[in-house]
Design a binder for this molecule. Structure first.
Ligand SMILES: C[S@@+](CC[C@H](N)C(=O)[O-])C[C@H]1O[C@@H](n2cnc3c(N)ncnc32)[C@H](O)[C@@H]1O
Length: 239
């Protein structure tokens, strides 16, 4: 009698609880005809760009970059707080790492993640040259930034997300590395702005970026900031 009652209780609980829906990830598509600067692989209609090789790292560190891209305004717009834990994904030579490291010091730290060991060597050299000790370099893979789960307050991506050749897998792994309440700061050249003269596959529209990030039920678009001459800054928060 008692076990029958328990069975009925379990059955009604199962009926009351909503079904667990696991949406299938969007499929990648390959096309023979494609942009010469792309890899011929498409994600939600967007062609993925070729990765910038470490041989071009000098371009990231060019002296005129600050004036051209107003990278100072980008760091200001992030409103970093002392003690924050930040991950700079696709950190390259560490252009943003040391600038952010100053803002979160002394307790805060920056993980500089990249898939090219040569970039990380440059990054480490640049940090020691500047006497910066709160930047940790991390060798990631194309599907995993190798960050501890629920540990990051802010994930920054500057001109890199459009290069991820496994964007769904990367975004999924980054979502799990973010703390609840943490945010993505996505910086991409504005595709919809005719004044921006950058190769098409190295740009992203706001609509496309929102479609790719809000696929993840944990993420909500919060705002899009446009203080920069060529890029937009999209903020997504983990709820
Ligand atoms: C155009 S550079 C930008 C570097 C840096 N964010 C900056 O603005 O100075 C893009 C970098 O992203 C890295 N990258 C590409 N795919 C990656 C991935 N899946 N995970 C981590 N880094 C990646 C590349 O190796 C390259 O160093």
């Amino acid at each position: 009698m008692r076990s029958l009652f328990l069975l009925q209780l379990l059955a009604s609980a199962a009926l009351l609880s909503p079904p667990r829906v696991h949406a299938a990830p969007p499929a990648y598509e390959t096309r023979a005809e494609h942009d010469p600067n792309g890899i011929g692989k498409f994600y939600l209609g967007r062609e993925i760009a070729q990765v910038m090789g470490h041989q071009a790292a000098g371009w990231l560190e060019r002296p005129e970059r600050e004036a051209e891209e107003r990278t100072d305004l980008l760091v200001e717009a992030m409103q970093l707080k002392q003690g924050e834990i930040v991950a700079d994904i696709g950190a390259g030579s560490g252009y943003f790492c040391w600038r952010m490291a100053k803002a979160v010091a002394p307790e805060g730290k920056i993980y500089g993640v990249d898939i090219q060991p040569e970039m990380l060597e440059l990054l480490q050299r640049n940090m020691s040259r500047r006497g910066v000790s709160n930047v940790i370099s991390v060798l990631g893979t194309t599907t995993d930034p190798k960050l501890p789960a629920d540990s990051i307050d802010t994930i920054l991506m500057v001109d890199v997300y459009h290069e991820f050749d496994q964007p769904y897998e990367m975004a999924k792994a980054m979502v799990s590395a973010l703390k609840k309440g943490g945010r993505f700061v996505l910086v991409e050249y504005r595709r919809e702005d005719p004044k921006v003269q950058i190769k098409r596959v190295h740009t992203m529209s706001e609509t496309q970026a929102k479609a790719e990030f809000t696929l993840f039920p944990e993420l909500r678009w919060e705002t899009t900031l446009t203080p920069l001459p060529q890029q937009h800054i999209l903020i997504f928060r983990k709820h």
